[in-house]
Design a protein around this ligand. Sequence first.
Ligand SMILES: [Cu+2]
Length: 341
Amino acid sequence: MAKATPQRPWARAVSGAAMLALGACASASADGSGSDTSASADAGGAQMAAQPAPDRITKQEANRVTYWVMPGPRELSPAVFGTPDDPRMTLAPKVKAAEQAVAAGKMPPSVPGLLRDLPILVGVPEKARSTTADGGMVLEHPTPFSDAGRIIQGEFEAQFWDNIDHDPPGKPGKTPDKAEMTATFTDPEGNDYRVVLDHVVKPPFPGYETDGGVLLNGYHHGSTGTGTPLMPQVWTIGAFWGVGEVHVNGELRSKKRVMHLMTTETVRDNDYNLATNEEMPLRPEQWLVKGQAHHTHLIVLPIQATRKGPVFKPLKTAFTLPNGKPQPFMHIMFEQDTVVK
Ligand SMILES: [Cu+2]
């Protein structure tokens, strides 16, 4: 779907710039077009894998810049959220759409309740918005999309198989798209985490269109209706939505945990501010890491998959916030990633 998203005037230029960056990074592996050049070579090796080579691979090795995002407020972009007099991307219409979809048997029954517990999946309720001195709007309630990050250790590898370009009907796990991903990282206190994707899902949220749960070469977030509108619209090299396990300090802490990973154009500036829609695309001199046109976001949400659908369930991380509670989500930023293919 994202390919068909109405593009802002800057979008075409960003697309070109991002593709250039991608091409540069992919130079080690044929032409980066996603063709099977390297797959054929692999298939001739000792192992005849049951599945074809991935369409895309992104990774970051150890000892490169990685951040843990702290909970905090988020500026609400007028381009996405409107103005106090003309609010957009509010919660009520999304909940209504979800209730109608549930009644029609097209959405898991848990979704309307989840949206009330975690509105930022799809919007920001009007009453949660504060007006700033300059007439702007901000969501003060702590979000996973703050401007505050702490340096941690981390590495990951993600492989994407993009077998369909729309969300087929059926339960969230019913899709031919696939991904594999393992990420290991620390928190700011030095606890160890390992996050392992089990399988891809199509998130059953109103308005989302995820190309089957694996999205390559498109836009999402911002006003697209896919992904939280708290993130600006981003050119996306590769993204998946899925369910998997979280291990903390060597022990399994949570199964069936809803997660999302995306390798995108850079959206953090040198002060770690998360760009608004209006500020995108960032200029190269604004990028957090010099010369780094893209980075990878991994978010582990306070959501668990159940038989009745996704439900709100805070993650019990080992990282205690000033309020005495464990941080209920993880948002990890791999700031020096590589697009292998
Ligand atoms: Cu995303």
